[in-house]
Design a protein around this ligand. Sequence first.
Ligand SMILES: [Zn+2]
Length: 421
Amino acid sequence: MNKRMICALLAVCLLLPLALAGCGKKKKSVKEDTPDPVIIKEAAGPKAPVEVQEALDEKIKELSMTPVQKYWDDPANYGELVPYDGIVEHIFFHPVIAYPELAFDGDYKEAGIDDWMVTVSEYNKILQSLYDNGYIMVDMNDVWTETTDDSGKAVMVRNTLMLPEGKKPIIISYDDVNYYAYMLENGFTYKLIIGDDGNLWSWGLDPQGNEVVSQDLDAITIMDKFVNEHPDFSLFGAKGCLCLTGYEGILGYRTHTDKENTSAEFEANRQKEIEAVKPIVERLKETGWYFGCHSWSHLNLANASYERVVADNERWQNEVASLVGATKLYFYPFGGRLDGNDVTQTGPCFKYMQEQGFRVFASVGIESYSKIKGDICAVICDRLHPDGTTLRWSRSRYLQFYDAADVFDYDVRPDFGYDFS
Ligand SMILES: [Zn+2]
């Protein structure tokens, strides 16, 4: 029985007594085939007895929850939580390759895609292996908190995480979830959409040009499915961080401005795209996803001027934060650290970004390094990167997560070699 049928049944069961008692004012909605939870709630009206209203609210909540949310709603499912103060691993992906035949077709993008991306098949295997190895996804916002020290100075502190016994925490972030134009012609999905079931699906074209709506071709929808099947892979429903630029819009919607094109037509389309992406953002947040900044223009911050850094951030705030909300999380494009070095110094650009509200700054590295800075209220950290490069050449470094020899997509990747010794 699907969710809507349950809703309809519930509406009849719960509202019939109310209607008989003269409380069910909007009886009309009971007759509807597919009343949504909001309509049921309205139908009960303000005069519903408290206990009936509470029972309704409880049922509505339950029905609108995903399987992973339902799992974490009942402590009996996961048992006692134990404190964890060890390393929080952090890995990141780019969008995943849905159609390898388009990605690996020998064009000028092939080598870059091979370096930085994994295929859907590799991604599925990696998720399964992370789960089998005892990892559990945590929300990056929960790992560090801003507080004040004894002298009243603002500082970041590392939180003790509370996890089910035996689980190891991992943050997963996703860079460039923008569905750039180059990706569309190279074997990636085109955008996220909301299906008739209220859940997220991807939309795109297969190599023959047919429209495809799927939950098996995009890193986000694949993860949604995976955690619904393995709720203990996602601590209280936490998913990944979506790190967005702004120069080609967000999430497959062209919400960006273009200084070269200020026509009314461009702006009208932009406003349409902004309206279209809002429910996508809302559904992502409802289902445990959260957002980070990856600069507006994919700017290399290691050698950018102060003026450039400020202008780029202002544009990101105007065009991206305005849609996804404020974030404390910054993900350096190209891994380029602010002012060229944020480990041993705190330069003017870093100070500016911190004043703008960013607190955790993530680069890319060979381990899940993190450091709470002493001179300013901020954390810097590195992430590992499952992709073609590390699959081919860094098997040993990733063995705690998965074995590249089992994951590597031999049939579809170009013949660029590998070392699985
Ligand atoms: Zn990037």
